[in-house]
Structure formats: C-alpha cells, structure tokens
Design a protein. Structure first.
Length: 329
C-alpha cells in the first residue's frame, strides 16, 4: 500500500514537471514567434560592413591567384569588408605550425590586390573541450607566439574561434588582452547571448557546457576586441519563424551591448549540414537577414552592423542570392 502511494506521488510529480516544461517551451516559442513579426524599415539593410568565413584551402596551397580573382568577382558589389580565412588550428599545446599556412602570404597579397579595402584576418582556434587548455599559461604563451609569427604573413588582424568558451572564463580574457601586443585588429566568434533568464544553466545541464554567454561576460569580451561575430546558427529551432525570432533576439541584445564604434556581425548559416533533421529547413541566410533587419529597425540606424556568412566552401548559389536579395536590398 505504501509502495503504491509512493509510486502514484512520483508519477504525479513527473507529470507536473513535464507539464511545467511543456508550458515553458510554449512560452519560449510564443516569445520568439512574436519577435519575428512586422516589416523591417526600408533603410534596414547592409551598410557595406559584412564578413565572410573562408575555408583552409585558401592558405594551404590548393587555391591560386585565379581563384582569388574569381572570389573577387563574387564579392564585388557586396558589403563584405572582412575575410576570416581559416589558418590554423592550433595544436593541443597551443603551438601553430607554419606548415598549416604555406600559401598565406600569397593569399593575403592576392586578396589585397583583387579586393582593395577588404581586411584579411587569420581565423585561428581550437576545441577547448578535452583539447587545448587555455588555463595553462604555457599554452597561452604558445598561442601568442603563433599569432606573432602568422602576422608576419601580412594579415590585417586575428580572428579567434575557441569552442566552447565557458561564461566567465578569465583565461580567455587574458589571452585577448595579450594578443593586442601583436595585432591592431582583433575579432572573435562568440557563442549566443543568453536569450532569457535561466536558459544558460538549463542548456549547460543538458549539453555539458555553456551554449550561451551572460550579457555581462559578452560585454567584457566586447570591451577587449574590435569586432564581434555571433554564431547565430545551430539554434535547434524547429521552424523558420522561431529561428527568425531567435536571430532578432540575439541581434537586439547584441546591439545594446556592442558600442557603435565596434563592428557587430550576425552569423548567417550558409551551410547545409546542421546535424538535426529540421535544421536545414529552419535556418537559412534569408531568415537570418530578415531577423537582423527587424532587430536593426527597432534599434535604429547603425553603421558597423552586418551579416557574417558561414562558410564559403558550403555556400550555394541560393545562399548568395538570399544574401543579395534579403540583405543588400
């Protein structure tokens, strides 16, 4: 009798928890859907301050000057002013072997010639989950030595992408501070900002690491860099309208946290292997562009604000058309 009572109470508790979880998910979905409503202002579009992540083939010898000229034809007339070209990754101990970027100097020279005014940054990073230990001072010293060496190839700046960096990570902040000794232009790819209260600890419990940064930590990182590119994709949103609302929310939070003197890029998914069945349907360059425009419309005009397309080797002709039609206007 006592056992049956305990079981019934347990089931009632489980049903209550499930009902609360469903209700909270419903509220979150409603909030995101509401964000993705209305029409953006006519002026809300590219100001000529966009970015593009480029794959490793541009610096390892596979791409030639002819390829760079073809890339220039694609990019002329767009708003892309920053190229983040994959030039690493760092080894597990933080070292950066020059054999990973044998054609970097050539690429930088070709790009500057074909695309005057476009900045070329070395995209560098590594997995810091069971991999590179940023808490190790020696690893950070090795990273800085690699940065100093690669900047001699003519790059305009350094673009860091370490994943996953936990909220409040002070070692990452130390690395950013010391990287300033080697480059005048410093940019970072960042996780998404915690959209609503309690979502960060819940997500951390579910996946084992921080998916979101708090607004305070995001702002602390922003204070140390010149450009921020938020990786506003892999949201797990199942519908286009929810993904659109998610982008609006991320962009709106970031617009309030990034000063107008610094560049803010909203990541747009120009790739098609999200890893979940609905990801390729829900997330697109077109939806990201619409979300970025809606957020900008509510915030007001902003010069150094744009899309960052990820990534050149996966982008289709449709992705480029969505960027041109949905963002360039």
């Amino acid at each position: 009798m006592i056992a049956r009572t305990v079981i019934r109470r347990g089931l009632r508790g489980l049903l209550l928890v499930s009902a609360v979880a469903v209700a909270l998910l419903g509220l979150l979905a409603a909030a995101l859907r509401l964000q993705f409503t209305g029409a953006p202002a006519a002026w809300a579009k590219s100001t000529g301050n966009d970015a593009l992540w480029l794959g490793h083939a541009w610096v390892d010898g596979r791409k030639t000057e002819r390829d760079v000229r073809e890339l220039a034809l694609r990019l002329r007339g767009t708003g892309i002013k920053d190229l983040y070209v994959h030039s690493g990754p760092f080894d597990w101990d933080g070292r950066l072997n020059p054999s990973k970027y044998p054609s970097a100097r050539n690429f930088v020279q070709w790009a500057h010639k074909a695309l005057p005014g476009v900045r070329v940054q070395a995209w560098l990073g590594q997995s810091v989950k069971h991999g590179l230990d940023l808490d190790d001072p020696k690893s950070r010293q090795n990273i800085l030595a690699g940065v100093a060496d690669i900047m001699k190839q003519g790059y305009d700046g350094i673009h860091y992408d370490f994943e996953p960096i936990g909220d409040g990570d002070t070692s990452f902040l130390d690395l950013l501070d010391k990287t300033r000794r080697h480059t005048r232009l410093l940019s970072v790819s960042t996780p998404q900002i915690e959209p609503y209260p309690l979502m960060r600890p819940i997500a951390r419990l579910a996946i084992g690491h921080d998916k979101y940064w708090s607004s305070d930590y995001f702002k602390t990182v922003v204070d140390r860099v010149d450009q921020v590119a938020i990786m506003t994709y892999d949201s797990f949103a199942p519908l286009q309208s929810l993904y659109g609302g998610y982008v609006v929310r991320q962009a709106a939070l970031a617009l309030d946290l990034v000063p107008a003197t610094k560049a803010l890029y909203i990541g747009a998914p120009a790739y098609h292997d999200h890893g979940v069945a609905w990801g390729d349907y829900a997330e697109s360059v077109a939806i990201a562009a619409e979300g970025a425009k809606l957020a900008l419309s509510d915030h007001g005009p902003r010069e150094r604000y744009g899309l960052a397309l990820y990534v050149d080797f996966a982008a289709t002709e449709q992705d480029w058309q969505e960027y041109e039609k949905g963002w360039l206007g």
